[in-house]
Unconditional design. Structure first.
Length: 295
C-alpha cells in the first residue's frame, strides 16, 4: 500500500521533535511513507474560523496531490491537520460544496481521494502488539505515565473514528505492552486551552495547570501527548501554568513517539528530546538503562 505522509506546518518548527520521532518510529517499524510533494498548510484553526470554504480548499489541494500520486492512504501526526483533512473529505461528497471548493483551486479535485488517518492509528493497523514488543530494544518497566490526548484527536466521534471519544486507549495499550505502568487519567481528553494561549493566556494557563496538577498528584513521571498544540501549552507554557496555579511543576511532556522510539532503540538526539523545554532527563535515563526488550 502506498502511504502518503502529510507533516503539517508545525512539524517544520515548533513540533520538530514530533516530526523527528515520528519518522524514527516509522523507520524502525518498517512503515514506508512518501511525503506529499508540494504540500501546503491545512489552514489549522485560523482558516476554518474565517472561511470553511477556504480551509476546505487548502485541504483539498493536499488530498488531490496525494490522490494523483497514487496514494491509497494519507497519514498525519497532528490532530488538527487530521480533523481538517477528514472534514474536507466529507465535504467533497456534497456536489455543491465540491463545486465551490473546485472554484478556489487551479485544478478540480480528484473524484476519489485517499482516506486520512493518524500516524498512531496507522501504527496500530499496520503492526501488532506482539510485533512491536518483539522489536523493542529497551524496557519501559518502572515508568509511571499518563496519556493526554487533548480534546480534538477523538472528537467528533463520527468524523475522527478514534475509539471511545471520552476514553481513548491506543497509546496506553501500546506503552503498557512495552512495560510502562499507565495511570488512569480522567482529564485525558479535557481541553488544555488550545490556541487561546495567545488571546486568553490566563484561561490556557488554568486549563493546562489543572492537567499538570492531576498528573503530579497521581505520581506520573511524565505526561505523554500526541498533539503539537497540547504539547506546547503543557511544556512551553508550563511556567505560566505554575503562576496561575501557584505551583512549581517540572513535568516532562514528551510525545508518545519519543517514548516509543526510545523503546525501539532510537537515541534521544534522533528523537528530538533536546527540544523539550522541561527536560525529560530522568525518563530518558530510566529507559536507556532498560535492556532486553520489554520483558
Amino acid at each position: 500500500m502506498k502511504i502518503a505522509y502529510y507533516p503539517g506546518c508545525s512539524s517544520q518548527g515548533s513540533s520538530l521533535d514530533y516530526e523527528l520521532s515520528t519518522q524514527a518510529v516509522l523507520r524502525r517499524l518498517g512503515i514506508h511513507v512518501v511525503p506529499i510533494k508540494d504540500w501546503n498548510c491545512c489552514g489549522s484553526t485560523p482558516a476554518h474560523a474565517v472561511s470553511t470554504e477556504l480551509s476546505s480548499a487548502l485541504c483539498a489541494r493536499n488530498l488531490d496531490l496525494a490522490a494523483k500520486d497514487g496514494a491509497e492512504c494519507i497519514i498525519t501526526p497532528c490532530p488538527s491537520c487530521l480533523s481538517n483533512l477528514k472534514a474536507t473529505t466529507k465535504r467533497l461528497q456534497d456536489p455543491a460544496k465540491r463545486a465551490r471548493i473546485n472554484e478556489l483551486l487551479d485544478n478540480p479535485v480528484a473524484e476519489t481521494v485517499p482516506e486520512t488517518t493518524s500516524v498512531l492509528q496507522a501504527i496500530v493497523r499496520l503492526t501488532t502488539p506482539e510485533t512491536i514488543k518483539s522489536m523493542a530494544k529497551r524496557s519501559l518497566k518502572g515508568l509511571k505515565l499518563v496519556v493526554y490526548y487533548g480534546c480534538l484527536m477523538s472528537r467528533p466521534h463520527a468524523l475522527m473514528d478514534f475509539g471511545d471519544p471520552e476514553n481513548p486507549m491506543m497509546i496506553e495499550e501500546m506503552l503498557a505492552n512495552l512495560g510502562a505502568t499507565m495511570l488512569d487519567f480522567p482529564l485525558k481528553t479535557a481541553c488544555c486551552g488550545a490556541s487561546f494561549g495567545i488571546p486568553n493566556r490566563p484561561m490556557t494557563a488554568k486549563n493546562s495547570g489543572r492537567i499538570l496538577e492531576l498528573a503530579k498528584n497521581l505520581g506520573a513521571d511524565a505526561v505523554v501527548v500526541c498533539c503539537p498544540l497540547c504539547q506546547m501549552n503543557l511544556d512551553l507554557r508550563q511556567d505560566q501554568a505554575n503562576q496561575a496555579m501557584h505551583t512549581h511543576f517540572a513535568m516532562p511532556i514528551p510525545y508518545y513517539t519519543q517514548i516509543l522510539g526510545l523503546a525501539l532503540g532510537a537515541e534521544p538526539d534522533e528523537l528530538g528530546f533536546n527540544k523539550l523545554i522541561v527536560p525529560a532527563t530522568k525518563v530518558v535515563s530510566h529507559i536507556l538503562q532498560g535492556t532486553g526488550g520489554s520483558k
